[in-house]
Write a protein that binds this ligand. Sequence first.
Ligand code: GLY
Length: 365
Amino acid sequence: MCYLRTTHICNMPIIDVGTYQVHVGDCWAPLNQLIASRPQGKLLVIVDGNTRRHCLPLLRQKLERRDLTIISVPAGESFKHIDTCTRIWQQMLDAGADRSSLVINLGGGVIGDMGGFCAATFKRGMDFVQVPTTLLSQVDASIGGKLGVDFGALKNGIGLFCNPLGVFIEPAFLLSLSPRELRSGYAEVIKHSLIADAAQWERLRRFTNLDQVNWSELLTPSLLIKQQIVSADPFEKGARKALNFGHTIGHAAEGLALQSLDPLLHGEAVAVGMICETWLSHRLLGLPSDQLNDISSYLVRLYKPKPLDKNDFPAYLELIAQDKKNEGDEWLFSLIHPLGRAVINQPVSPQLIVESMAYFNQLIS
Ligand code: GLY
């Protein structure tokens, strides 16, 4: 892959992802320039309850334009569905938005995916930019143009690919996050190392106390991995499936937990998925058992996951049967072997999936 086109300004990079750029730090001048280049259009900002309170004041302070239309939705994955989109589209209509408007998605993965989806479909498409505010969305969700909403328990079941005009990453937003939110985002950082950078994994596994991690230092290595993968395969025909490592079982865990009284954050579910899928990588591809043990015990120590209810295993399998990577009757996973390299399109039987979940349960018992 040869898409490493990166410029540095004040040690903060600008990363090219095909048609748009990701600005890390020093992001306000380029965002203001972009907005100034389209003075006629309305400027809409989609926020949730958290980003309205913790991030909108900084955005207002940094933006040169003052006439913002704020569209606010409730926070949380449980609101990432079509009913919330209806409310967003209605507010866009009420604000007189049209194709000359620009939408700023100010939030985490839910706001980025859902706000982008609403923008990309309103009047057949308005331009939008991503201003991700969580670690998870800064290293992963805001890059690559995946937009959409959940469909019942089917995570991101409805959506499309459509790129933003730019991604503007302000590391200072990370200061507003709880330790739980940061830990959740860190799961995607770990994933990037396991699928693409074994040396980075060796560094990460030494972080046992996340209070001492300098999060903004972890952004660029992860972003470069994501950039290379999505630039090579923007529509997930092949190589991009690597990014789904941990997500096949992880999405099922997240989808089921969403309907319970004890929802999981995305990264927490991905951590569970990575443990199960590392076991599958060991069992099916021969990932050495010491690496399986290292990865699993690190994730267990950090995320302290709860056991998976055996009575839910059939429901897990039903959700996995609907996974977007599947082809025909084959359930296809993205696994790892050797550590630091993903192996896509690996068929896995329902029986082995259940065994991987049993391994997970036995590990944490
Ligand atoms: N988060 C996975 C992807 O962007 O493909």
